[in-house]
Ligand binder design. Structure first.
Ligand code: GDP
Ligand code: ZN
Length: 311
């Protein structure tokens, strides 16, 4: 019996890195089922598992340790079935650009809120710093100031000039990190400058992924210096969907949640209720207008019935 970490899933077998450092190809034991989750793949990259090797040299995964979190994608054709993309994420890096292409604060805030709901810490990576004008740089500093104050670690990078890459590498060491971001922000270029030489180059990563997307459950974590892993998920925008009550939405905006302790009503939605400490904080500029608007936009979606697809 060995313990290890699932670092690759081809759909028919899994690659497990055991705690003594060897890599073992494993199958799932025939009667193996995961409790509680209706998933097309019972085992995902990031899972901590127990394996048993038999005399023929084949190995089987016999047990999965409880996951601290996981991200899923719902299958389009099989109702209520989901596909687990990865589990046990330590953090997520959201790559954004002020321009080229423009990333809206609404997009950032929705992403942050869904990550809060999944209890995955996020850091923001503002890429393409080499391209910004003076005005754009001022705006960037404003954003960094805003999100740092709320409690999100921010980084500035230029994947092309190799600026800020060492800081990113340090933040990745020893952790499982999901990379996210709109297409065009430089995610592949950034990953390329981070990954050690022995890893696949990003073109290969994307190709492998894209192929997998259409057919099987292919996913893989890429080792980085210092014992961590990167998970790249082309085409996956957020953390998947989940249901929640209106008054819960504010729990996922750190600073709104903090101020909501002072609201008169426990179930305050911070829109029109009297004695709302959150609205007062917005008026006094303790909470930024853009964050409050993002919060309201999620509530609006909920009213329109499109809430579940919003994340
Ligand atoms: P992805 O879709 O997020 O994976 O983006 P890519 O890595 O494919 O990059 C999109 C474009 O932005 C490419 O033309 C890159 O060369 C360019 N790019 C990526 N990072 C930077 C950067 O830091 N500065 C500049 N100026 N261009 C970048
Ligand atoms: Zn309130």
């Amino acid at each position: 019996m060995d313990k290890g970490l699932v670092i690759k899933n081809t759909g028919s077998w899994y690659l497990v890195k055991t705690d003594d450092g060897s890599c073992v190809e494993c199958k799932i034991k025939g009667n193996f089922r995961l409790k509680g989750i209706r998933s097309t793949n019972p085992v995902a990259v990031g899972d901590r598992v127990k394996i048993i090797r038999n005399q023929e040299g084949t190995a089987f995964i016999t047990e999965i340790e409880d996951r601290k979190n996981y991200i899923i994608r719902r299958s389009s054709n099989l109702s209520k079935q989901s596909h687990i993309i990865a589990s046990n994420l330590d953090q997520c890096m959201l790559i954004v650009t002020v321009n080229y292409p423009e990333t809206s604060t609404t997009f950032i805030d929705r992403f942050l809120a869904s990550a809060e709901a999944y209890r995955v810490p996020v850091c923001l990576v503002f890429n393409k710093t080499d391209r910004y004008s003076e005005d754009e740089n001022r705006y960037l500093d404003g954003l960094i100031n805003l999100y740092t104050t709320i409690g999100y670690q921010c980084y500035k990078t230029s994947a092309i000039n190799n600026e800020g890459i060492n800081e990113i590498k340090q933040a990745l060491a020893g952790k499982i990190t999901l990379f996210s971001g709109n297409s065009g922000v430089g995610k592949s270029t950034l990953i390329n400058s981070i990954l050690p030489e022995q890893n696949l180059k990003t073109g290969d990563i994307s190709n492998a992924h894209n192929k997998g997307m259409h057919t099987t459950t292919f996913s893989e974590m890429f080792p980085v210096d210092g014992g961590g892993y990167i998970i790249d998920t082309p085409g996956i925008k957020g953390f998947g969907t989940f249901d929640m009550e209106e008054e819960e939405v504010g729990h996922y905006f750190k600073e709104i949640f903090k101020f909501s302790a002072g609201c008169k009503y426990g179930n305050c939605t911070h829109r029109h209720e009297p004695g709302c400490a959150v609205r007062e904080a917005v008026e006094k500029h303790y909470i930024s207008e853009s964050r409050y608007n993002s919060y309201l936009s999620i509530l609006d979606d909920k009213e329109d019935g499109k809430y579940r697809s919003a994340f």
